[in-house]
Write a protein that binds this ligand. Structure first.
Ligand code: SF4
Ligand code: SF4
Length: 246
């Protein structure tokens, strides 16, 4: 099976499991848990996302995110690339929310216990009919921006998880640690096919001349690598500061 087919299959599986996993990605339950001194499922997942993004960047967005699967389904309705203008919104949303989370834990006395299955029923998030009101609310929150704005608009403008991974990637660069990138060899013919397939609207053609794609918005989906007729774009672990492979 081709890499993009495997990637899409993983996203579809993740999307189908969303009623089970939604509380582990919830920006609200982490605040509610803070009032009970509990580190809940989303607390653990967000910490894990941040730590794993140091070596793997936003690989989660490209291969495993249920909201990513939903957004790729919306390509059938709006296949345009989302404008970059409002990318900053997600940092504002994340900054306000993250500050609230930290304050809630600090004011309420920190973490006393850990409960990965907080507010779930045998580990399943949506186990009652009422939970589907929240579930479909989140589905609309993800889908409507993509229908209006184009490919991965939710990732670009609203996602409360993306800044964790972007921060992890930035720390890796500052610390000169190796991380997963799309690297580019010499031999680009400037056909622009990579730009056409990139769902995040990154100027891959231009970035390829510098040896690697180094955008905070790159979700490491590999569509550019799979679309390049000269096969010059490849996944690789490399150091940021000198382009040296790990
Ligand atoms: S630059 Fe390549 S890997 Fe990154 S988001 Fe665009 S198509 Fe995917
Ligand atoms: S698809 Fe490959 S050859 Fe074409 S512009 Fe992009 S990097 Fe260059």
């Amino acid at each position: 099976m081709k890499r993009q087919n495997i990637r899409k299959l993983l996203l579809i599986i993740s999307m189908l499991l969303f009623p089970v996993t939604i509380y582990y990605l919830s920006p609200y339950l982490i605040i509610r848990a803070a009032f009970e001194h509990i580190a809940n499922g989303s607390f653990i997942v967000f910490c894990g996302m941040f730590v794993l993004s140091i070596p793997f960047g936003r690989l989660f967005c490209g291969y495993l995110c249920p909201a990513g699967g939903l957004q790729e389904c919306a390509y059938a309705v709006n296949n345009k690339v989302c404008s970059k203008k409002l990318d900053i919104l997600k940092y504002i949303i994340w900054g306000l929310w993250f500050t609230a989370v930290v304050l809630c834990y600090v004011i309420n006395g920190g973490v006393i216990s850990v409960d990965p299955f907080y507010m779930t029923e045998h580990g399943i998030s949506i186990s009652e009919i009422g939970g589907y009101i929240i579930y479909y609310g989140i589905i609309c929150l993800v889908l409507i921006p993509c229908v209006i704005g184009g490919k991965r608009t939710f990732c670009r403008r609203f996602c409360w998880m993306a800044p964790f991974m972007i921060t992890g990637s930035k720390i890796r660069r500052k610390a000169h640690l190796p991380g997963l990138h799309i690297g580019a060899k010499e031999g680009c013919i400037g056909c622009g096919k990579c730009n056409k397939v990139c769902p995040m609207g990154i100027d891959v053609k231009n970035a390829a001349t510098s040896g690697s794609i180094d955008s905070a918005e790159c979700i490491l989906c590999g569509a550019c690598a799979d679309g390049c007729p000269k096969n010059i774009l490849k996944y690789e672990m490399r150091y940021h500061h000198d382009g040296k492979k790990a």
